[in-house]
Write a protein that binds this ligand. Sequence first.
Ligand SMILES: Nc1ncnc2c1ncn2[C@@H]1O[C@H](COP(=O)(O)OP(=O)(O)O)[C@@H](O)[C@H]1O
Ligand SMILES: [Mg+2]
Length: 278
Amino acid sequence: MTDTLLDVSGVTMRFGGLTAVNDVSLTVGQGEIIGLIGPNGAGKTTFFNCLTGLYVPTEGTVTFRGSVLPPKPHLVTQAGIARTFQNIRLFANMTVLENVLVGRHTRTREGLLSAILRGPGYRRAEAESREKAMELLEFTGLAAKADHLSRNLPYGEQRKLEIARAMASDPGLLLLDEPTAGMNPQETRAAEELVFAIRDKGVAVLVIEHDMRFIFNLCTRTAVLVQGQKIVEGDRETVQNDERVITAYLGAPLAETGPDQATGAAPVTGTDPTEADQ
Ligand SMILES: Nc1ncnc2c1ncn2[C@@H]1O[C@H](COP(=O)(O)OP(=O)(O)O)[C@@H](O)[C@H]1O
Ligand SMILES: [Mg+2]
């Protein structure tokens, strides 16, 4: 049994009359790769936003390394959780290297005064930051493009750069929101290797993804959200054979699922309630 790193307990997020996340609990252990799947609009991104302080959950607590996290993004980052976004958020007119340096910012000790005076302490810290940032670019395969503007990178590389930037804050847990969206199959396989390599560095990963092959190749455990509720959690067999999951993804009950409906979540509609990126 692994040590618990993240312990989410009964998180609910309501927007007016809409309950986007409904009493969801989840743990992530040290060094684990955990999947989070569900139809569009299921509440996956909202759940991430509740973990990272972008939203203050209506109910529930998020405990990381034994302490309850305050719902403030910079404090969450400082505590050791980093994330990427479903819709890429890079500084388009900064170079690749500069984008990673921004991610490093929370871990540098040198304060504003020292930056203004540009004393030896500042220069040392800056050199160290650049070295770390370059290491991360090597790690993600972007070193040759360190001086390129991030907006000029192809889509797949922008996603990798987001990961490099998130890793720059030295997280203990990395949250990835649809990291392979827009990638071709080859890039997706490479992204799989990257996630394994991140895990091998001792960083736990919680990943939202629609690509089932990606999810089941990587994750020891996967939780399924449907209409804000966690309907099942387990290994590949458990998830794939769960009739509520099949129903949720097909959008209609299967022919033989009649009696089991009593145990399941309400069937979701076939069309996605929202395509809106968060
Ligand atoms: N800030 C917000 N205000 C109102 N509704 C929101 C907000 N953020 C998300 N939602 C709603 O919450 C539900 C879940 O959305 P989301 O978490 O983006 O789903 P997923 O990431 O699983 O596709 C959707 O119905 C969405 O419209
Ligand atoms: Mg989402």
